[in-house]
Each structure stands twice: as structure tokens, then as C-alpha cells.
Design a binder for this molecule. Structure first.
Ligand code: FMN
Length: 210
């Protein structure tokens, strides 16, 4: 049976994007929107959809934004996971934020690379011991028969905390954007879409039709 969702209709129009107000550097606007999302305590404000591509086939999953550097966005994961393997094979990836309460979407594209071991280490040890143990116990993205071995390994680690150390295959990635699109919902579907493209180390700003 087909279920229709045609009746779901949201009206947008909270605020607009005007060219003259756009900062030269998209990170400034990103930080401004992200800070507003945090200030308003939007649920999972730092959750982003990360898409990677392997042999022309895209795959997406949520990860959490853990740092904004001068020219990159940082998240943490298992380097041996599906996303890790896909990134190592093809570092081109995209990131998507959706903050429905603010009628905002940000699309970001760029190259991904590993952050330094020192940076990964300092984040790993800042996590609760339970999260550290889970990161060690889980061979992320591998097929498992059930959760028994996983839970046994996790509990063993928490009983022997001296064994808890960051595995070399767990750490951070940073995406260095060369493309941003800021989408702000407008009235009557006349949404604002402002893009930033990095060309010869300079950001070019354009507007896209909604
Ligand atoms: C709200 C939320 C936050 C998540 N945060 C992370 C994260 O920061 N890092 C991570 O590796 N997986 C995170 N996950 C799990 C991923 O979505 C995904 O299941 C996992 O990374 C395996 O993906 P892969 O098999 O494509 O590598 C999160 C999932 C959700 C729903």
C-alpha cells in the first residue's frame, strides 16, 4: 500500500539571507549558525550527516561534530569502519547539518584527512571510561553473530582499566571544506541559498535559485 505524505506542509520564513550581510569567510557564518543552534539547545545540534562514496556508490550516516578548526570540521570514529575505509579510498566527502527549528540546512563538501595522533589521543582520554571501553570493544561496521562477545570485552575492560588505551585505529578526521551552502527557509518556498566556493584560495559567494 502506498502512503502519501503530500499533506505535510511546513511554512518557512523565520529569517533571510542577504548578500551584503554575508561574511567573506563561510566559517564565520557557520560558527554563527552553530552557536545559535547550541544556544537554543536544539536537539543533537552537533549531529551531522556524513556521506562518503565508494565505487560511485554513496553511503551516509550521522556522526557528531567535535571541533571547528580554522579551516576544518572534526569528527571522531573508527578508521577501520565502513566510513573509515571509504574515506581512505576516496577522501572526498560531504557533511550536512539540518536544524529544522531554525529552518536551516548547511551543505559542506571537501577533502577528509586524519587529524594528528596527539589530537586524537587528547580527545580519547577526555571521554568517559565507558565510551573509551566501548570504542575499544567494538570492531565498528564488522558483522557479528550477537552482542555477547562485545559485552564481555567491554565489561572486561572496565574491570581492568589499565588495559584501556586508544587503539591506533580510533581517532579523528577533519573535513576541509571547499564548498558551503547555507539554506534558510523562506516564505512560499522562496528559500535563500547562498553558496561559497573556494577558488584559488579565495571564497566566491553566489546565490542559487531555491
Ligand atoms: C546521534 C548519533 C551520533 C553518532 N555519532 C557518531 C560518532 O560521532 N562517530 C561514529 O563513528 N559514529 C557515530 N554514530 C553512529 C554512526 O551513525 C554509524 O552507525 C557508525 O559510525 C558506523 O557507520 P559506518 O559503518 O558507515 O562506518 C552516531 C549515530 C547517531 C544516530
Amino acid at each position: 500500500m502506498t502512503q502519501s505524505y503530500h499533506h505535510i506542509r511546513q511554512n518557512y520564513g523565520k529569517s533571510g539571507l542577504v548578500e551584503k550581510d554575508m561574511p567573506e569567510n563561510p566559517f564565520v557564518l557557520f560558527q554563527y549558525w552553530f552557536d545559535q543552534a547550541l544556544k537554543d539547545e536544539l536537539p543533537d545540534a552537533n549531529a551531522l550527516v556524513l556521506s562518503t562514496v565508494y565505487q560511485n556508490r554513496p553511503s551516509s550516516r550521522i556522526v557528531l561534530l567535535k571541533a571547528v578548526e580554522q579551516d576544518s570540521l572534526v569528527f571522531f570514529t573508527n578508521y577501520n569502519s565502513r566510513k573509515g575505509r571509504e574515506i581512505e579510498n576516496n577522501p572526498q566527502a560531504s557533511i550536512l547539518f539540518f536544524w529544522p527549528q531554525h529552518e536551516r540546512q548547511i551543505r559542506i563538501e571537501g577533502q577528509v584527512e586524519r587529524i594528528s595522533d596527539e589530537q586524537s589521543e587528547s580527545y580519547f582520554v577526555s571521554r568517559p571510561l565507558e565510551s573509551q571501553a566501548a570504542a575499544i570493544a567494538s570492531e565498528q561496521s564488522e558483522k557479528i553473530k550477537d552482542k555477547t562477545a562485545l559485552i564481555r570485552s567491554y565489561e572486561h575492560l572496565l574491570k581492568h582499566v589499565e588495559l584501556i588505551r586508544r587503539p591506533a585505529h580510533w581517532g579523528g578526521y577533519q573535513l576541509k571544506p571547499d564548498y558551503f551552502e547555507f539554506w534558510q527557509g523562506g516564505t512560499h518556498r522562496l528559500h535563500d541559498r547562498i553558496i561559497y566556493e573556494k577558488l584559488m584560495q579565495k571564497w566566491q559567494i553566489s546565490r542559487l535559485s531555491p
